[in-house]
Design a binder for this molecule. Sequence first.
Ligand code: HEC
Length: 102
Amino acid sequence: MKAGICLSIGLTVLSPTGSYANPQLALAFGCFNCHGAIQRGDAPTFERLSGKLAKFKGDSVAEANFVSKYRSGEPLERVEAHERLSPETAKTLVHWLVEGGK
Ligand code: HEC
């Protein structure tokens, strides 16, 4: 477990993109509280979500549409943690998931 954490931090540092779209960002925004390995309520795990969002790969228009839908939520399924995000952060986090959420 500990070794796994070290490894993923190492990979993040070595990431050639140098972008901040990584698990640390999701961690900072508390996303794992609901989407972590231990599911809470009806929130899908990030693993399942990124499997679902992989369909947006290479389709930036559909991805952008999803980001705005995601931030506003459905009338009966509002998640405050989603709505609090700035458009830029929401975009970065959704893109991180589209790319596999690793
Ligand atoms: C309070 C719990 C909670 C937190 C915190 C939370 N989520 Fe969610 N999230 C949910 C629930 C519940 C759903 C499923 C309902 C839905 O689709 O809106 C969901 C769905 C999603 C979806 C899929 C939306 C869709 O329309 O298919 C994405 C993407 C997502 N969350 C990303 C995030 C990110 C990124 C963060 C961190 C900023 C985050 N969530 C924080 C509860 C949470």
